[in-house]
Design a protein around this ligand. Structure first.
Ligand code: PLP
Length: 439
């Protein structure tokens, strides 16, 4: 009997013993095509020798030095590399061990910034429905997914959730994508005014919404208008690129494609590519300098932040992404994936929408294409697809719940950037089988 506390005790998960390129292998020898990179983590694929060598070299040199006393060479080098390529204005990197730690740190940094700036009334956070920002209790408070929040209320933070930017369900037929983008962004200004601008500290959003929505990209102009509104009221813009960042959408940072730079940017997942648990929060010089000139101390921190081995892995991953041209490859192979999905599922009676950017794609499933009516949640479509795909040797990321986290089903696809055309065919074939089995 296993003593591991698994995520789903009813699933009796197999034991993973190996990884090769785009495949994972279990203890029976069965191979699984990693069509979602786990949860949009494995951007380089499995078994990357250069990353493994960098980790080994770092362990041999220095495994750990507490950040209460030291910084380290890999942390310094990775911070330099990230800032060199980051959206304009971002200047400092605070390393953490994962996505929830990055968003928690962002929320606390925003709060401390305003306290030290002499604006302590600014404590409210605005986020969006249909979002996920992590599972620790602060990050969970920020997320707008009802299914995840339901059992834990009342949550800790004062967060309000506006409608997301979600063309498939919220754009009117008589509205252009641009007009819809502006209308969706207006919800932020309305909420800031309703709460009182002097009480709002930040707006948090994923540029391309991942796990809880199935790769929903913003409408054109949405984030530029969001940036203007944040600037108008002195509200910080926090972008959560934990899932969609690190090349996944075809540019190193997803927000580059929307022409905006945030005040705080959260990354994780693809930063370590699964080789080490590592995430980061990037912030502007203004935020850093405000704390530096004030208390001089960010009232935060965990034992393993800035871990030398984790940051050495992150450094090797970012060097691989940039040095091997893998971000451009994610953009190109992402278009191939989109074409194959459209050929295979474009006319499918239960596929309402196929969307996303780069190697970050989603399919929304509906009971009726014309009315866009979702499946009855009791039917458990997403769960059945996950099970059938896994049996067929495909790892994908189906979830139920779209705008309200209660109704709707979608499948998220986020394969390694190294995936070949033939493996994309295998992915679409196995996904088609799983969808047929589930509906
Ligand atoms: N933010 C986003 C957008 C995510 O998709 C996730 C995880 O899926 C998180 C935060 C939390 O990251 P982690 O699971 O590493 O804590």
């Amino acid at each position: 009997m296993s003593h591991v506390f698994p995520r789903h005790s009813k699933l009796n998960p197999p034991v993973a013993v190996g990884g090769e390129g785009c495949y994972l292998i279990d203890s029976t020898g069965k191979r699984y095509l990693d069509g979602s990179g786990g949860a949009a983590v494995s951007c380089l694929g499995h078994g990357d020798k250069e990353v493994a060598a960098a980790i080994k070299a770092q362990i041999d040199t220095l495994a750990f030095a507490h950040t209460g006393f030291f910084t380290s060479e890999p942390a310094e080098a990775l911070a330099d590399l990230l800032i060199e390529h980051a959206p304009a204005g971002l200047d400092r990197v605070y390393f953490v061990s994962g996505g929830s730690e990055a968003t928690e740190a962002a929320i606390k940094l925003a709060r401390q910034y305003f306290v030290e700036k002499g604006e302590p009334k600014r404590g409210k956070l605005i986020a969006r429905k249909q979002s996920y920002h992590g599972n620790t209790i602060g990050a969970l408070s920020a997320g707008g997914n009802e299914w995840r929040r339901a059992q834990f209320g009342p949550l800790l933070l004062d967060v309000s959730h506006i409608d997301p930017c979600y063309e498939y369900r919220l754009r009117r037929d008589d509205e252009s994508a641009e007009a819809y983008g502006l209308r969706a962004a207006q919800a932020l200004e309305d909420e800031i005014l309703r709460l009182g601008p002097e009480t709002v500290m930040a707006f948090m959003a994923e540029p391309v919404v991942g796990a809880t929505a199935g790769a929903v990209p913003p409408a054109p102009g949405y984030f530029r208008r969001i940036r203007e509104i944040c600037d108008k009221y002195g509200v910080l813009l926090i972008l959560d690129e934990v899932m969609c960042g690190m090349g996944r959408t075809g540019t190193l940072f997803a927000c580059e494609q929307d022409g905006v730079a945030p005040d705080i940017l959260c990354i994780a997942k693809g930063l370590g590519a699964g080789y080490q648990p590592v995430g980061a929060m990037l912030c502007t010089a203004d935020i850093y300098d405000t704390l530096a000139a004030g208390s001089g101390f960010f009232q935060h921190g965990h034992t393993y932040i800035g871990h030398p081995v984790a940051t050495a892995a992150g450094l090797a991953v970012v060097r691989a992404l940039l040095g091997r041209g893998l971000v451009g490859r994610a953009a190109r192979q992402g278009e191939t994936l989109m074409r194959k999905l459209t050929e295979r599922f474009g006319q499918h009676p239960h596929v309402g929408d196929i969307r996303g950017r780069g190697m970050f794609r989603g399919i929304e499933l509906v009971a009726d294409r014309d009315t866009k009516a979702p499946f009855d949640p009791g039917k458990g479509v997403a769960g059945k697809i996950k099970k059938a795909a896994f049996e067929a040797g495909l790892i994908c990321y189906p979830m139920s719940g779209t705008i309200d986290g209660k109704t709707g089903d979608h499948v998220l696809l986020a394969p390694p950037f190294i995936i070949e055309d033939a493996q994309l065919d295998e992915l679409t074939d196995k996904l088609a089988l799983a969808i047929e089995a589930a509906i």
